[in-house]
Design a protein around this ligand. Structure first.
Ligand SMILES: Cc1cc2nc3c(=O)[nH]c(=O)nc-3n(C[C@H](O)[C@H](O)[C@H](O)COP(=O)(O)O)c2cc1C
Length: 185
């Protein structure tokens, strides 16, 4: 089973990356083949619809990884009550053909308090537009869940991400076992 983990934060020092790296490690430990897209490192051009952008190395690599993935673990920062522009830009290079009937776990890093929920509602809506199967469960991390290196270090937060990874694996297995019953177009 292949899972693509996505860090949707464009920043160099990112808490969202801390969630994504934790999820990738947990999935790896559970025997899953993981590929990793990092919006802060795998710099994509701005999507304009120009076909030449499709030849960009980072775009091609993202598209290939999304194509091969059977499931996704997508992490976004909450910026102004929504997902990051960098993540939306990355998703705009992809389409329903990459996501249709594929399970997706979602998680956000926010500023604290009641932050994060709007970014995840926003991401959930976008993932519905891509015909993916977003898990009902989700997780928002507050700054206090990270250490100074921006690693996800708080015990309960780590358990929540691990539980999301378990749910993602379970649904991805179920979908794989019933693939012939799902419409392909
Ligand atoms: C431009 C910008 C907008 C933000 N807007 C929100 C917000 O609406 N709600 C919130 O809870 N936190 C907000 N924050 C705080 C970030 O969600 C928080 O710092 C998070 O850790 C950012 O993720 P990152 O470290 O991966 O970039 C904002 C931060 C920035 C830079």
């Amino acid at each position: 089973m292949k899972i693509l983990v996505m860090n949707g934060s464009p920043t160099a020092e990112s808490r969202t990356r801390g969630i994504a790296e934790y999820a990738a490690n947990v999935l790896n430990e559970k025997g899953i083949e993981v590929s990793f897209f990092d919006a802060g490192k795998d710099r994509l051009p701005l999507f304009t619809g120009d076909m030449a952008e499709r030849e960009d190395e980072a775009v091609r690599s993202l598209s290939k990884a999304a194509d091969e993935a059977e499931g996704f673990f997508i992490c976004t920062p909450e910026y102004h009550n929504g997902m990051s522009g960098a993540l939306k830009n990355a998703l705009d290079f992809l389409s329903g053909s990459h996501f249709k009937n594929k399970p997706v776990a979602i998680s956000a890093a926010a500023g604290g308090g009641k932050g994060g929920i709007n970014a995840l509602n926003n991401l959930r809506t976008v993932m519905r537009g891509l015909y993916s199967l977003v898990l009902p469960d989700q997780f928002v991390a507050d700054p206090l869940h990270f250490n100074e290196e921006r690693e996800l270090s708080e015990e309960l937060a780590a358990l929540r991400v691990s539980a999301l990874a378990d749910q993602l694996i379970e649904l991805t297995k179920t979908v794989a076992a019933n693939k012939q019953n799902l419409t392909e177009e």
